[in-house]
Write a protein that binds this ligand. Structure first.
Ligand code: TPP
Ligand code: DXP
Ligand code: MG
Length: 647
């Protein structure tokens, strides 16, 4: 294609992105910014012979378009449709299922070594954003990449100055300084003239400052920074100037060793509503009107919003409260806090590990840190939580957003591992609110804890204002008791947002004559002792949670019942231990059998199995086959729960 044709193609791609992503939702801003660099990479390199990697992968839509997946965009991020990230099952051009940031350079280092060892002459090209580059893994990788200069490895730094919000920290300042370089040169020049012409200061000071110039330049120039690491650096290049960027890539390719090509791009490029979107230049959108860029559906009150409001109130009451985000100020609900209390909200970049240990340091220094993070990204900071926070009994509050099934972002973004990993941290306490009222309450309870770590977890989407309790016993809320004339057949333990589902299931069961008590444990780690006592009064315990089954709440409760020598049978409904395909949250939950109808159906089956014929009921006709995982732990043939004799 000629340069004119390429410019037309870029414009067509942008129009296509706006048209499709406005209908499905997805990562619009990042993809509008990488049109030219993606085309250039595919023109200069030979994918899939050459390995092309996108860090995080949310900016791989254009790559998908030019590798034969144009038709898939009608169902982007929907069940059975294109993934929102590179996907190995979709194309041989996708090498990794990226989506957790800052991994591409490590993959690239490994691939380049593998190609070298197997004698293959294949280039590796990794595109990494300025945001992703704030993650520690990138620097571990750069250190190793620079250690072997014989491998053809091209790192494209896609520098748009933003993660969601402007990228922060020393590295970001380094990159930003480049754009200001003419000003920097002029400042140096004028400083030089002023000093030379000032008789009192005179030549010695000028000489000293001149000697320091190299130091100043080091501090301001990313070129020096990368070259000091031993990496060849080309740039900065205008990442929207296709010809210039291709020329830089050709040079990088010819160089033959590890090289950084620094592309300056504009996130949201070419679509005014994105370019003018102050908060995050449409990093990730829902369905919008493509003309105005406005959301077509009114947003219901959500969990993040409730947290956002309450933490601002808590911040007013306690000056020691300091919040932390790993580059997700808006999405985790901390933007208002940061605005209200400047200096008391730390955006540390995509650096969850650092965030956790910095939180420990803040707590040691007398502050009350509140680290708000998506549940799936907590995985990154597990060791820091275990060793730096928990071992030192530091009162860090962790606020886990997007817990449980999130759906459309696919396997990596479901927050289904948090209870499993938090459950093994000594001294850890975890609350799971069921509604907005308990979220506010449990957040305050967490912030009040001063002798160790605690977490509060909630999911994606709308929140109910209040699901009232009949009574609180210890920390446990009783939401429903068996109707008059019904026995204490089933203790249905609903974790967090599943309270509503459990109440509906209980009503279905009551209609069949099964007596159900529904409780919300509120604090799920450790398992409340009151809950164990309640279990002893019932004939069957069923737990239902929006969390991974292995090591989840049902798992832990089962162990607690065993420890108490209780023989009451327990069945747990939770997310099975497998990676879940992308689809809407409700579709995924339905596929897992985590709906009120399915829960009622399973409990009906179990009551027949465990409670004998007196409780046997017909299975509701309309219920589909359930697939949620349940355990067989504590399955006893006894028709009554009983205290096991002490031995
Ligand atoms: C470990 C991890 N933490 C947080 C995120 C959430 N996240 C996704 S994209 C993004 C910003 C990425 O910025 P950058 O790499 O500069 O890419 P851009 O969107 O600007 O192109 C963040 C924080 C993530 N994907 N992985
Ligand atoms: C790429 C990434 O990790 C985030 O952008 C994520 O897709 C955001 O998800 P939410 O839309 O749930 O905030
Ligand atoms: Mg960026």
């Amino acid at each position: 294609m000629s340069q004119e044709e390429l410019a037309l193609l870029a414009a067509e791609i942008r129009a296509f992105l706006v048209d499709k992503v406005s209908r499905t939702g997805g990562h619009l801003g990042p993809n509008l910014g990488v049109v030219e660099i993606t085309l250039a990479i595919h023109r200069v390199f030979d994918s899939p012979h050459d390995a092309v990697l996108f860090d995080t992968g949310h900016q791989s839509y254009v790559h998908k378009m030019v590798t034969g997946r144009l038709d898939g965009f009608d169902k982007l991020r929907q069940r059975g449709g294109l993934s929102g990230y590179p996907s190995r099952s979709e194309s041989e051009h996708d090498l990794v299922e990226s989506s957790h940031a800052s991994t591409a350079l490590s993959y690239a280092d490994g691939l380049a070594t593998a190609f070298k060892l197997s004698g293959k002459r294949r280039h590796v090209v990794a595109v990494v954003g300025d945001g992703a580059l704030t993650g520690g893994m990138c620097w571990e990788a750069l250190n190793n990449i620079a250690g072997d200069k014989s491998r053809p490895l091209v790192i494209v730094v896609n520098d748009n100055g933003r993660s969601y919000s402007p990228t922060i920290g020393g590295l970001a300042d380094h990159l930003a300084s480049l754009r200001l370089r003419p000003g920097y040169e002029r400042a140096l020049e004028s400083g030089k003239r002023t000093l030379q012409n000032t008789p009192v200061v005179g030549k010695p000071l000028y000489a000293a400052l001149h000697a320091a110039k190299r130091g100043i330049k080091d501090a301001l120039s990313p070129q020096v920074m990368f070259e000091d690491l031993g990496l060849k650096y080309f740039g900065p290049v205008d990442g929207h100037d296709q010809q210039a960027f291709e020329a830089a890539l050709e040079r990088a390719k010819a160089f033959g060793g590890p090289v950084i090509v620094h592309a300056v791009t504009q996130k949201g490029r070419g679509y005014a509503p994105a370019e003018n979107h102050v908060a995050d230049v449409m990093h990730a959108i829902g369905v919008i009107d493509p003309v105005t860029g406005k959301a077509t559906k009114k947003k219901a009150a959500d969990w993040t919003g409730v947290f956002a409001e309450e933490i601002v109130k808590i911040g007013a009451e306690r000056e020691d409260v300091v919040t932390i985000t790993a580059a997700m100020l808006g999405p985790t609900g901390l933007a208002k806090f940061a605005e209200t209390y400047p200096g008391r909200c730390l955006d540390v970049g995509i650096a969850e590990q650092h965030a956790m240990t910095a939180a420990a340091g803040l707590a040691m220094g007398g502050m009350k840190p509140v680290f708000a993070v998506y549940s799936t990204f907590l995985n990154r900071a597990f060791d820091q939580l275990l060793m730096e926070v928990a071992l030192h009994k530091q009162p860090v509050s962790i606020v886990l957003d997007r817990s449980g099934v999130t759906g459309d972002d696919g396997a990596s973004h479901n927050g289904m591992w948090d209870l499993s990993i938090l459950g093994i941290v000594p001294g850890m306490r975890v609350a799971v609110p069921r509604d907005a009222v308990t979220l506010r309450e449990e957040l305050r309870e967490s912030v009040a804890i001063d002798d160790g770590p605690s977490a509060i977890r909630y999911g994606k989407g709308a929140v109910i204002e209040e699901i009232p309790a009949l009574e609180r016993i210890g920390v446990v809320d009783v939401l429903r008791r068996p109707a008059d004339g019904e026995g204490k057949d089933v203790l249905l333990v609903a974790v967090g947002c599943f309270a509503e589902l459990a109440l509906e299931a209980a009503q279905r069961l009551s209609d069949q004559g099964v007596g159900v008590t529904v409780v919300d444990p509120r604090w799920v780690v450790p398992v409340p002792t009151e809950l164990v006592a309640m279990a002893a009064e019932h004939r069957l315990v069923v737990t239902v949670e929006d969390a991974g089954r292995h090591g989840g709440f049902g798992w832990a409760t089962s162990a607690a019942l065993r420890d108490a020598n209780l023989d009451v049978p327990l069945r747990d409904l939770a997310i099975p231990q497998r990676f879940l395909d992308h689809a809407s949250r409700n579709q995924v939950l339905a596929e897992l059998g985590l709906t009120a109808q399915d829960v009622a159906r399973r409990v009906t089956e179990w009551t027949a199995e465990y409670l004998g014929e007196d409780a046997e009921q017909d299975t509701p006709a309309e219920a589909p086959a359930p697939q949620a995982k349940e355990s067989t732990v504590d399955k006893t043939p006894a028709s009554r729960s009983r205290k096991r004799p002490q031995s």
